[in-house]
Design a protein around this ligand. Structure first.
Ligand code: C2E
Ligand code: MG
Ligand code: MG
Ligand code: MG
Length: 292
């Protein structure tokens, strides 16, 4: 495309892109070493049941403790990790680390916590993901029913037989499966029925606009109803305000996650948070808002 715009334009693009390309190459080199240098960490964000007000789960969210640039969120390196295939060993590490942490929390009696792990589409499309999961569960000793895998709508789109088979194997192990960022992909109602799913996670863009945009409320209501008709649990992501929470409660949403409760926390802070707000809580004691 750039070439067809003529020589001058082409040179302009080329000059503009060179530093970018070398920046990317540099990041790729760093990313390759990050696993062996153990620079990745997992943060955990609480998930709360709206009826019982109890913490029912934690989503494991990847962070890169970069030696110069500090703590990096996945948005700044996930794309490159996917392009280069580095996401495979990275996400394998995530899976193992989340199971290890889950088992350790089980052992100290933190409670019946579900640990949710984000799966890369690439990883899930590859054969043998159930082997990775089995290995992680066996090595950690975590109960399979405590593990949840978050898939994207994109993973489900193709109606790939191999993927359906893998999902059934995972389900038979006791692992639960959810659809992340629901409503942002090419949602087709028919695909939902044909997969062994447990939960829909309403994308936070709809939750964000709940109070201000009537169509956002309509979408949220539709997703909740749809989920319930299909016998799925529905979790709303990105809950930041009391007003959003009230609307979600009114609409019959099952679970919530967001800064209103807590942002993603390092493991120690997560344990402290659970101790403060967790099991013992019988009322809406989620006044304090914490973020990273
Ligand atoms: P996600 O799975 O939808 O995770 C939720 C994202 O929303 C997280 O961003 C979280 O920090 C953020 N968030 C949570 N509550 C709120 C809120 O109330 N308001 C707002 N504005 N944001 C909130 P994060 O940690 O930067 O992760 C971004 C995405 O990166 C994740 O979206 C997920 O798709 C991906 N990701 C994270 N960890 C992993 C991983 O281990 N493997 C893979 N393959 N992808 C990951
Ligand atoms: Mg997620
Ligand atoms: Mg999400
Ligand atoms: Mg997302």
């Amino acid at each position: 495309l750039a070439k067809s715009l003529g020589g001058g334009t082409w040179r302009f693009f080329a000059a503009d892109m060179r530093p970018r390309a070398s920046q990317t190459a540099h990041l790729e080199t760093e990313l390759r070493g990050a696993l062996s240098r153990q620079e990745f960490v997992l943060f955990y964000q609480p998930q709360v049941d709206l009826r019982s007000q109890k913490i029912v789960g934690a989503e494991a969210l990847l962070r890169w403790q970069h030696p110069q640039r500090g703590l990096l969120a996945p948005g700044s390196f996930l794309g490159l990790a996917e392009e280069t295939g580095l996401i495979l060993p990275i996400n394998e590490w995530v899976l193992n680390e989340a199971c290890r942490q889950g088992a350790a929390w089980e052992a100290i009696g933190l409670g019946d916590l579900r640990i949710a792990v984000n799966m890369s589409p690439i990883q899930f499309r590859r054969q043998g993901v159930e082997g990775l999961v089995k290995d992680a569960l066996r090595a950690s000793g975590m109960r399979p029913t405590s593990l949840e895998l978050e898939l994207t709508e994109g993973i489900l789109l193709g109606h790939d037989e191999q993927i359906v088979k893998q999902m059934h194997v995972l389900r038979s192990l006791g692992v639960t499966l959810s659809v992340d960022d629901f409503g942002t992909g090419y949602s087709s109602l028919s695909y939902l029925r044909s997969f062994p799913l447990h939960r829909l996670k309403i994308d936070r863009s709809f939750v964000q606009d709940l109070g201000s945009d009537p169509s956002a409320l309509a979408i949220v209501r539709t997703i909740i109803d749809l989920g319930h008709i299909l016998n799925l649990q529905v979790l709303a992501e990105g809950v930041e305000t009391e007003a959003q929470l009230s609307l979600l409660r009114l609409e019959g949403c099952d679970e919530v996650q967001g800064y209103h409760f807590s942002g993603p926390l390092p493991p120690d802070a997560f344990v402290a948070w659970v101790a403060r707000h967790g099991r013992a809580s019988s009322g809406p004691s989620f006044g304090a808002t914490e973020t990273e």
